[in-house]
Design a protein around this ligand. Structure first.
Ligand code: ADP
Ligand code: ADP
Length: 225
């Protein structure tokens, strides 16, 4: 678990500022959902926390430490994307192991961590398959497995369920919440889907045109005009 602090966070592309000073204090183990219309800056915000996008001004702190200049791999964070970004030519095992392998984790430890994650995600019987041989839900679980094996303190999700059909979306939503609780990780989750936001969030951040308009518990936020 880790706290995440965004302080007066700004992002400009060339002369255009698209994130205009966002302040959010996220507690250990809290589940934060970021909502808002397309183009309001949700992905950009998440990518700055991940270190995939440079911060133009302000700070990202993880457990109180400024990480603006820390590489993504060294932030104790893992990100799950909407398109899964699985390697098609690699098996499920290899997909989950890849990040650990390039980080130099010893082989026996890789095997143990992948097998633990596979058990947790009910993928034990699929470790030898390629992504194209899996259902959408299973692919999404592989993407989560790849994040879990690194034992990050913070999980970032960018619309992870938007490519799934409605029924699977509901199931995977529950699985994500259970997993987050069980692992005790802090979560930042971007979505368009209000039901997803309502059911997952401890607190919601409503973004609008690069500004965090409202921050609060879902019922608080939706009760406001
Ligand atoms: P959202 O995730 O809420 O849909 P984004 O974070 O993707 O919004 O985008 C926020 C704004 O920043 C948009 O106006 C988008 O066009 C702009 N933007 C995002 N990435 C870039 C980029 N690499 N170069 C220029 N503008 C960008
Ligand atoms: P999203 O699904 O978050 O809305 P987009 O389709 O807006 O994503 O953006 C996809 C990619 O294109 C991202 O990497 C984003 O940074 C980049 N991008 C978005 N808007 C622009 C832009 N105006 N100029 C250059 N790159 C952009």
């Amino acid at each position: 678990m880790a706290t995440v602090t965004l302080e007066n966070l700004r992002k400009s592309y060339g002369p255009t500022e698209v994130i205009h000073g966002v302040d959010i204090d996220i507690a250990d183990g809290e589940f934060i959902v970021i909502v808002g219309p397309s183009g309001c800056g949700k992905s950009t915000l998440l990518r700055m926390v991940a270190g995939l996008e440079r911060v133009s001004a302000g700070e990202v702190r993880i457990d109180g430490t400024r990480v603006n200049d820390v590489e993504p791999m060294d932030r104790n964070i893992a990100m799950v994307f909407q398109n899964y970004a699985l390697y098609p030519h690699m098996s499920v095992f290899e997909n989950m192991a890849y990040g650990l392998k390039i980080a130099g984790t010893p082989k026996p430890e890789i095997a143990e961590r992948v097998s633990d994650a596979a058990r947790l995600l009910q993928l034990e019987d699929y470790l030898g398959r390629r992504p194209r041989e899996l259902s959408g839900g299973q692919r999404q679980r592989v993407a989560m497995g790849r994040a879990i094996v690194r034992k990050p303190a913070v999980f970032l999700f960018d619309e992870p369920l938007s490519n799934l059909d409605a029924k699977l979306r509901v199931q995977m939503r529950l699985e994500i919440k259970q997993l987050q609780r069980r692992l005790g990780v802090t979560a930042l989750y971007v979505t368009h889907d209000q039901v997803e936001a309502m059911t997952l969030a401890d607190r919601m951040v409503v973004m609008n045109a690069g500004v965090a308009d409202q921050i609060g518990a879902p019922l608080e936020v939706y009760a406001r005009p």
